[in-house]
Design a protein around this ligand. Structure first.
Ligand code: PLP
Length: 363
């Protein structure tokens, strides 16, 4: 792919490594540039890196009206050699195309996505936040741009990648257990819908439920299936629980659950984690009974943003609270978090291909 570079003048770009004071937070900052590529006349074209800034779009652009828009979220880390490494980025590129298929967006070859992201990180590498636990958060997205008001797939799209120097997702990170609202009123997805995609509309639909969770003092909603029998996933994470023998259980992937790359990684790591990790259908009633009987000793969420989020308690809409174990962060959860983040940081060897160096091409 022949990328055209239109970079900011050197006087307006970062020239020194980024050493932030205090936690930079999650998703707040941007780097100097972004990657853009358009789809028209049946092909992806005009790959370019330009200064970060607003782009022009017709008021009739179809993504604004019918939500034909998808995104991904990945992270890159700095290892002890001072180089930046992406983590399982090919899985994000693969899932982007799964999302694209679900909302009728044309396929964007994985190699093009990877080349785009690597080139952008290379150009803006000085923006990597030099801070413990920090990363470059990568946000690729595709949205419909055709100026047409009929409800049908757009013929034109833009693929964009932006980067955000980020710290921990929750300020307390893995050290504080969160509460989840188990909602029988709000549902994230139904079978046959868009739940298995990272379609923008799924997140718009989750905002009202998120507000309800906050009113209950909960960080996010734990969604059930439309019949309120099975546990599906959390607003922006898959769910897991841990049995008293240390076995980790993740609800089976269905077309109403986003196939989390963190969950897939935990499943693939298997023995390396020192415990069994498996998937099964998780029935709500049994789940609650097993927590109360002490059969389930820890629980949490898996996702790129927070990696592993321990859950200390659940609250129902009638106010009933169920505490997992002693409500604190458990040792198994901490072990998963440490091993996984050590792999991301290059401190522990990850399986072949998971960690890829961002090559230095731009001087
Ligand atoms: C709905 C939903 N489920 C699960 C996840 C976790 O997926 P991953 O581990 O790939 O970040 C995310 C975040 O990407 C999400 O938005």
């Amino acid at each position: 792919m022949d990328i055209k570079y239109t970079l900011k003048p050197a006087s307006e770009r970062r020239t020194e490594p980024f050493r932030p004071e205090g936690n930079v937070g999650f998703g707040n900052l941007r780097t100097d540039h972004m990657f853009l590529m358009d789809y028209r006349d049946g092909q992806w074209q005009d790959p370019r890196i330009v200064p970060y800034g607003p782009f022009e779009m017709a008021p009739g652009a179809m993504s604004l009206h019918y939500g034909q828009s998808i995104f991904e979220g990945a992270k890159a880390f700095m290892h002890e050699d001072g180089e930046i490494y992406t983590f399982r980025l090919n899985k994000n590129a693969e899932r982007m195309n799964r999302s694209a298929e679900i909302v009728c967006i044309p396929n964007l070859p994985e190699q093009m996505q990877l080349a785009a992201i690597n080139a952008l990180i290379d150009v803006d590498r000085l923006w990597f936040p030099m801070q413990e636990g920090a990363c470059l958060y990568i946000r690729p997205f595709i949205f419909a741009t055709e100026d047409r008001l009929s409800v049908s797939p757009s013929n034109q799209y833009t693929f964009c990648v932006i980067l955000s120097p980020s710290g921990a997702y929750y300020s307390a990170g893995v050290n504080q257990a969160i509460r989840l609202l188990i909602s029988k009123q709000f549902h994230r997805a139904v079978s046959g819908g868009t739940g298995a995609s990272k379609a923008a509309g799924n997140y718009a639909a989750s905002l009202r439920a998120g507000k309800a969770a906050a009113a209950y003092g909960a960080a996010q909603v734990l969604y059930l299936d439309a019949g309120n029998r099975q546990i599906e996933e959390v607003g922006a994470m898959n769910h897991f629980h841990i049995l008293k023998d240390g076995t980790v259980i993740i609800p089976s992937f269905t077309d109403t659950i986003l196939k989390s790359i963190t969950s897939q990684s935990m499943l693939e790591l298997g023995d390396l984690l020192g415990c069994e990790v498996r998937q099964e259908t998780v029935m709500l009633d049994k789940f609650i009974a097993d927590i109360e009987a002490g059969e389930i000793i820890e629980a949490g969420g898996f996702g790129t943003a927070a990696v592993v989020s321990p859950v200390g308690s659940y609250i129902f809409e009638d106010g009933r609270v169920v505490t997992v174990g002693n409500g604190e962060v458990g040792e198994h959860t901490l072990r998963l978090y440490r091993l996984y983040t050590d792999m991301q940081k290059g401190l522990v060897a990850a399986p072949p291909g998971w960690v890829q160096k961002v090559e230095r091409r731009q001087g």
